[in-house]
Ligand binder design. Sequence first.
Ligand code: NAD
Ligand code: DAU
Length: 324
Amino acid sequence: MTEFNPSNIIVTGGAGFIGSNFAHWVADNKPGVHVTVLDALTYAGNRENLDGIPEGRMTFVHGDICDADLVDRLFSEADACVHFAAESHNDNSIADPAPFVRTNVEGTFTLLEAARRHGTRFHHISTDEVYGDLALDDPARFTKAASDLLVRAWHRTYGVAATISNCSNNYGPRQHVEKFIPRQITNVLSGIRPKLYGDGLNVRDWIHTEDHSSAVWAILERGRIGETYLIGADGERNNIDVLRAILEEMGQGPDDFDWVRDRPGHDRRYAIDSTKLRRELGWRPARTDFAEGLRDTIAWYRDNPGWWQGAKEATEAKYAAQGQ
Ligand code: NAD
Ligand code: DAU
């Protein structure tokens, strides 16, 4: 197997949750690699997320992945792109889908065209959601590499050296307070009762964001071009169990939360089978102790109120207007 050893990578969406954790991971673990973060700093992006990465290891570019000229210039100077930039929140996609189509479709198209022109290695970050959902009692897990069609087409038709990964739900530091785990932690810290959708039995397959980063690197370095890899850490849990674990860790009672209106079209269950990634590339998750990961995440939000307090009020106002 030939390894790909990039020295200058573009990380789109690197000021968001998973992208910034990936940029830190690269700075901590890959001393020869320079990261160029391209991020539009939407409501979900925060320049501070990159604080602590030494100068000289990273360049921050404030810009849009739909800006073809900018993207072309950056691709002419890099040997790989890891593409995290996206509109990522499901509740927002229901209220206003337009930015999702623009960034996720047009933006990915713009990047692929630049990768095609410059022969840039391209890794596309996708999600387990593209496979739809499972019934609670379904013994099957996602094993088939259905994939993000645009990236596949650019690989197949134009020979772009692309890989795709579909990961399950991430948790860890610097996740926006609109998402489930940070919303509940910051609710408790703000004296607001946590909010559970529907019957609370929806299942998500949780992975610590550091494990997502190491998996992405393994694919970038050793993944087979044209392949799709599923990333997961066997972390299936239903929402009420996750919420009660947060409540217990934060000294609250098991019923100290409100039931709220369900999300329309709420996917019942996600579950990832990451056997291919483990067998082919020898990847293993390291942070599989969920209780410990949750404790660290709670501690991070407790220690960094300045990071989330600004977004909290607006986020809760939006949810309140939706009855959630
Ligand atoms: P996020 O919303 O926290 O961050 C997205 C980042 O992209 C932000 O910094 C934002 O400013 C930037 N961005 C948005 N539109 C842009 C544009 N047009 N140009 C440049 N930058 C733009 O998202 P996240 O949770 O870190 O997710 C990152 C990726 O990982 C997404 O593709 C998401 O689908 C995927 N993913 C997320 C999860 C999860 O649990 N959060 C799980 C699997 C896959
Ligand atoms: O599986 C990957 C996906 O995970 C990614 O593609 C998305 O970008 C990411 O946001 C996430 O999507 P989910 O919809 O699963 O995550 P979210 O944090 O929004 O919700 C997790 C579960 O918790 C879901 O079943 C809805 C529920 N929920 C969410 C919120 C915000 C609640 O019960 N209460 C809440 O307040």
